[in-house]
Design a protein around this ligand. Sequence first.
Ligand SMILES: [Zn+2]
Length: 79
Amino acid sequence: MLKCREVVIYADHLLAGELSVVERAKLHLHLAICRHCRRYVRQLRVLIGALQRLGARASSDVAAAVMRAIHARAGTSRS
Ligand SMILES: [Zn+2]
């Protein structure tokens, strides 16, 4: 079972289309039971979409870094 902090890394690769079938299965299994990570992945998708609509050439790495900074500032870092 993935840990929440591993989901941050997996989600980044998921949104970049870089996960294997097995890795995707592990991620979706975790997302099925962890609402915090579901929210994180949803927010990451929204953020990436917004950055793309703004014309930024932001990769999912940039979006993930922004999300981590937001969580750190809000004190909502995952385990
Ligand atoms: Zn989680």
